[in-house]
Write a protein that binds this ligand. Structure first.
Ligand code: AMP
Length: 286
């Protein structure tokens, strides 16, 4: 039987979240360490564990059908012809320029005549050109953040998420060059059998990602307070309201964005909601 081939990062930041996404999609994979390839036992999917930077080429050449990579890799390999099928919402980061703390002049034009260390030379070069900045790019493959300290460059351009690496190395972020997150990529051609599997996989991914930001909440409300409580809840459709055994009271259930829930929790209580229960949603299928 035909199997869809997906490439994911062998080790590194994207590996764990990519495997978690497949697992949340109900796809079981035995990925014993040091394996190059693993097959799912309950979904027609074959997983190839590859070096992050090789994945776009494998996808482009059709050696695998799809892959999960950071968008930043596509900015850097702009000649590779792959399509983003869907952004996946994890490994969110930004490619930023940072200079040693204490630099008095932090404007973009201050980079004229300076050197910038980076592992993302093409993306940086495009950014500098677009902003008419004339700086030297020092290509470094790792530990870019130490470059200013050891005198290799005046500034760096690197991926940042929490900012803790910059903080530890006494650097401050001055310019955002690009933003990135993990995405599902595909090549130009997928045969019809595989296209069917891909449709099934993307439906599962959609339902998992949709559920990730949402919570299911239940609460008890005196009937006269239902309109007030309901008005605080931006719901998918309308809340489910069922009578409780106790006369004059109902159970109100709905789905809500987690951030929104924390914003309205106090107001819900003030409006008369009691016994609020919040639970995780695994999947939402429209
Ligand atoms: P690495 O495991 O360091 O090779 O990084 C693999 C991918 O993870 C990169 O191509 C980025 O898309 C992403 N990434 C790298 N650094 C960060 C970071 N600081 N925060 C979030 N994602 C990152």
């Amino acid at each position: 039987m035909s199997k869809l081939k997906i490439a994911i990062q062998k080790s590194g930041r994207l590996n764990r979240d990519s495997m978690q996404l497949l697992s949340d999609c109900g796809i079981r994979i035995d990925n014993s360490k040091d394996q190059l390839r693993a097959s799912s036992e309950n979904f027609p999917l074959e997983v190839y564990f590859l070096r992050n930077s090789d994945i776009p080429t494998y996808v482009q050449k059709g050696l695998v059908d799809i892959g999960i990579v950071g968008e930043n890799l596509l900015f850097e390999n702009d000649e590779t012809e792959v399509r983003i099928l869907r952004k996946l919402g994890f490994s969110k980061c930004r490619l930023s320029i940072a200079v040693p703390k204490g630099n008095s002049s932090t404007g973009l034009e201050e980079l004229n005549g300076k050197s910038i260390a980076t592992s993302h030379p093409k993306t940086l070069s495009r950014f500098l050109k677009a902003n008419e900045i004339n700086a030297t790019i020092q290509v470094i493959s790792g530990s870019v953040e130490v470059a200013p300290k050891i005198g290799v460059a005046d500034a760096i351009c690197d991926l940042v998420s929490s900012g803790s690496t910059l903080f530890k190395n006494e650097l401050m972020e001055t310019e955002r060059v690009a933003t990135s997150e993990a995405c599902l990529i595909g090549g130009a051609n997928v045969n019809s059998l595989k296209a069917e599997i891909l449709t099934k996989l993307t439906l599962r991914i959609e339902s998992v990602l949709k559920a990730r930001n949402l919570k299911y909440i239940m609460m008890n409300v005196a009937n006269e307070n239902i309109p007030k409580v309901t008005s605080l809840l931006p719901v998918l459709k309308s809340p489910t309201i069922t009578p409780l055994g106790m006369e004059g009271w109902s159970s109100l259930q709905t789905v809500i964005q987690e951030d929104r829930f924390w914003e309205v929790i106090e107001q819900l209580k003030d409006a008369g909601a009691e016994g609020i229960i919040v639970t995780k949603i695994e999947k939402i299928i429209d």
